[in-house]
Structure formats: C-alpha cells, structure tokens
Design a protein. Structure first.
Length: 218
C-alpha cells in the first residue's frame, strides 16, 4: 500500500467520530490526484464482504463529461426530494428546525456544484443476473456499504472529505448506460470527493445512547 500522501495522524476514535458528510467545505479548486483515492480504496478493500466474495466495483469519475452527466441526474432527483422535504417541514416543523434547515441548505449546495467536485466515486456490487433480491437485501448491501464507509474514513485521514449520497439511484439505469456499467453491476452509493477547507471537524450531536439501546429484548 502506497503511503506517499500526507496523513492527519488521527486516532481511530477521532477518525470515527469526526468523519462528517462534507458539502460546503469541499475545496472545488484543489486538484485531487487519482492516486490518493486509490490509496484510500486500498484501505477500503479490507472491509468484510459476504462469503469473502469481494463483488464490489468502484467507478471513479474525474473527467468533466461523466461528472456532468451524473450531476444532472442527481440534480433532477434532488429537486423532487427537496420539494417534498420542504413541504414536510412546513406541515410539521421538526424539533430542531434550525439544524434541519442548515442540512437542507448544505444538500442544496451540493446538488448545485456536484459536477465541480474534483472526483465522484460510485460504489457498486456484482449481482448475478442484475436483479436485486426480493425481501430483505441486507446481505447484499452489507457486502458493499461497509467498504464505502471505510473509504470515507480513509479519505478523512488523508485530509479529504466526502458525502454519502444515493439520490442518483432514481436514475441508476440511465447512469449505468452513460458510464458503460454492466447490467449485472448495481450501484449503491455516490460519494463526491475533494480536499476539505480546513481539516478540523467535530463529533456531531446525536441522541443519547440510552434512547436507542435495547439489551436482551426491546
């Protein structure tokens, strides 16, 4: 594994608690070498996968045209999503309306600048026949998403940020056709990747553990 790229020298706990969804602090002007992404992917590939099948695939987009195509589909999907979200907040304001509005503003910003992000990474997985299983799909996505999160963590350690997105999946087939992704490979996550403006991030506010913890039974 190449280690030529700078690291932030964070502890494991610091990486785990300060890896945030980064949108407005993505540096759109700083080039991201492909090597730093592949370096982080080498770490991500240590994640578990069912039966150790390692059926994942990673599509890294750095050229303007494929990024523009994906961004266009993302924006179209986001527009409907944002409209529904705004209506829901108006009908029933959340307890923390200020935070909800900040998140919405941040998400809107990302949709607007998606193609300007230096790299877009799509995590996908091989599915024999291309048809998703009926019923619970945890076994399938459990063989991809841990590696995608490991990628986010590895990027954080290297001074880069990302955001976990999936809205483009409303147009998965169209994106697959545009990028030449085989029908037997299904997409699971889209991660915009860039260096961050500053590297200091704090743990997010979360509900107390006791409100979601169940020991031995519900």
């Amino acid at each position: 594994m190449a280690l030529d790229f700078p690291h932030l020298d964070l502890s494991a706990d610091e990486v785990l608690t300060t890896t945030r969804s980064v949108r407005k602090r993505l540096d759109l002007e700083r080039e991201v070498p492909l090597g730093v992404i592949t370096d982080a992917l080498e770490v991500a590939l240590q994640a578990p996968s069912g039966s150790n099948a390692q059926g994942w695939h990673w599509i890294v987009l750095t050229d303007p045209e494929p990024k523009r195509i994906v961004a266009q589909y993302y924006r179209t999907s986001y527009s409907a999503y944002a409209e529904a979200g705004a209506a829901a907040r108006a009908a029933k304001p959340p307890k923390d309306l200020e935070t909800a509005e900040k998140v919405a503003s941040s998400a809107t910003y990302l949709a607007e600048i998606m193609e300007r992000v230096p790299a877009l990474v799509i995590g996908a997985i091989h599915v024999p026949g291309g048809e998703l299983p009926s019923g619970n799909q945890a076994g399938l996505w459990g063989s991809l998403l841990p590696a995608a999160w490991s990628l986010a963590l590895a990027l954080r350690e290297r001074g880069l940020g990302s955001a976990w997105t999936s809205l483009h999946l409303e147009y998965e087939r169209e994106v697959a056709e545009a990028l030449g992704i085989p029908a037997s490979v299904r997409q699971g996550v889209l991660m915009p990747v860039a260096y961050t403006k500053g590297t200091e991030f704090k743990p997010a506010k979360r509900a107390p553990l006791e409100t979601v913890l169940h020991v031995n039974r519900w």
